[in-house]
Design a protein around this ligand. Sequence first.
Ligand SMILES: *Cc1c(COP(=O)(O)O)cnc(C)c1O
Length: 344
Amino acid sequence: MAFDLEIRAADWRAHLATTHAALPGLVPVVKGNGYGLGRQRLAREAGGLGLDLIAVGTYEEADELLGAFTGDVQVLTPWRPFSRRVADPRLVHTLGRLEDIPALAAQLPGARVLVEIETSMARHGFDRHRLTEAARTLAEAGLVVEGLAMHLPMTGGNLDEARMWCAVLETSALETTTVFCSHLTGPQLEQLRTERPQLTIRPRVGTGLWLGRLDAFSVRATVMDVHTVQRGERIGYRQGRVPRAGHVLVIAGGTSHGIGLEAPRAVTGVAGRGKAAAKGGLAAAGLALSPFTIDGKLRWFVEPPHMQASMVLLPEGATVPAVGDTVPAQVRYTIASFDTIREA
Ligand SMILES: *Cc1c(COP(=O)(O)O)cnc(C)c1O
């Protein structure tokens, strides 16, 4: 009992199943911190949905998950000559530069690859004018092309761009009719399939799948200690003055759990503090709002979170929790790390 996540498993799995049914060809993305839920757990769930393919972020993750998942594993990060060498017939690489084609073929003859194109994201991938050359080089190198990969922005309006890339694919000499894409809605995917029935369109989805039903998650942080404080008393690593009398709660959950790593809530700068002062909040004292709800309200950090605990001010008059009680906490899942994850 510390900084814990409880998943209402039936609701969460119902959402996974609904999403799977709504998105034909779904490729679950399992990367990073496993969207806060853990990569191993997500790989098991993908297997449970009967899926034949997952996408991971890095070769290190691929190495780990080839053991946890029995289907194919795509690596989203394009292959580079300095990538970790992972030789497995179930692995599918991503290529985005001409010079990497012969280099990968030399290291792993006959490897399975996706050809990534540089979309408006401008992250990785071939320039559209190099695709024909890429197709020829791939054929000469004897690599097996299993699809075109396009990573689209999250701002919407992606259908036109996806259409354009499908047209580019059809005029290139690439020997594939499969397109892997991100950030298109269900109706946009359907539209694309209607317009291009000869293509197999496969959406790669992480957030909408794993984190699409946040009400099935409950994050609870345990109160580890409670101290009475006077206004003006100096406390904490930084020996700052407590702006108000009340209680300081030491709550499980710190930077190692991803707490306080998000800037937007903190009010900084003279103008910001001025505005906050006008509103009468503790932001005026330079405090930042914590993600912990105590006695019905989000409360303020007394100082920046510590590695595994946070010090939070509960002003006089509020109901004081006891040591061992738990309080709800808001998290950003893609940076969160929990002490335990329990299914209920
Ligand atoms: C992370 C990632 C995705 C999934 O993004 P979500 O917003 O989590 O659905 C899809 N494609 C690529 C290339 C990615 O890196």
